[in-house]
Design a protein around this ligand. Structure first.
Ligand code: CA
Length: 220
């Protein structure tokens, strides 16, 4: 899952980025509204953390513009304490949730998890596909109740598959959702990761859809 963090306070931005990366997300950052708007416009994020008070373009305008451009990713806004009108305006502009500064990182993480799973149509933090289960809270994956040892890239791929079960996912889509912007991407390595994952979870759950990509499914 790939997240954009738009926050002009460099320390807070870094704290959020580090916490998200520690929890298995790939993260891009922007320090002003202009860069934030551009990235959200051009990259396929799974969720966005958006501060409202931003240089160049304010967060509310950035959000309104994304929604006008039909960008549907979930957006969590950061608002100052006691500014209830900011929350109302944020929701009206298309925000999905908010946290009030100063916030506990655990709360931000929990709200983001909820937004990401809900936008993929899942109601709980455990997501299952037959014998395969992910606990998105603990960042752990189980097969028949046994915890799998996964590298961070393998985790990111299986997390994406489990959120989007039965959907055909191209190598490009996977690449875009597991790597951040600065990563030296190579879509051939996706095949290597898929091969390793198949060995770990059993051969038949990740199907190859020739010419299209992959699909996680219980179908024969
Ligand atoms: Ca700010």
């Amino acid at each position: 899952m790939r997240i954009l963090v738009v926050e002009d306070d460099p320390n807070l931005n870094k704290q959020v980025k580090n916490a998200l990366e520690d929890n298995g997300y790939s993260v891009d950052i922007a320090l002003d509204g202009e860069e934030g708007h551009f990235l959200g416009d051009t990259e396929p994020y799974d969720a966005v953390v958006l501060d409202l008070g931003l240089p160049k373009i304010d967060g509310l305008t950035v959000l309104e513009n994304w929604r006008k451009e039909n960008k549907k990713f979930p957006v969590l806004i950061l608002t100052a304490r006691d500014r209830w009108s900011e929350k109302v305006n944020g929701f009206d502009a298309g925000a999905d949730d908010y946290v009030t500064k100063p916030f506990q990182m655990e709360e931000l993480l929990a709200r983001l998890r909820a937004l990401i799973r809900r936008s993929a149509g899942h109601a709980t933090s455990d997501i299952e596909c037959g014998p395969l289960k992910i606990d998105t809270k603990l960042n752990k994956v189980f097969i028949n109740g046994t915890k799998l040892k996964l590298t961070s890239h393998e985790y990111k791929i299986i997390e994406y598959f489990l959120h989007h079960q039965d959907k055909v996912i191209s190598r490009t889509e996977l690449t875009e959702h597991i790597y951040d912007q600065d990563f030296d991407r190579d879509s051939n390595t996706i095949e290597v990761f898929i091969g390793r994952l198949r060995k770990k979870i059993g051969n038949n759950m990740i199907k190859t859809e020739r010419g299209y990509g992959y699909r996680l499914s219980l179908d024969e």
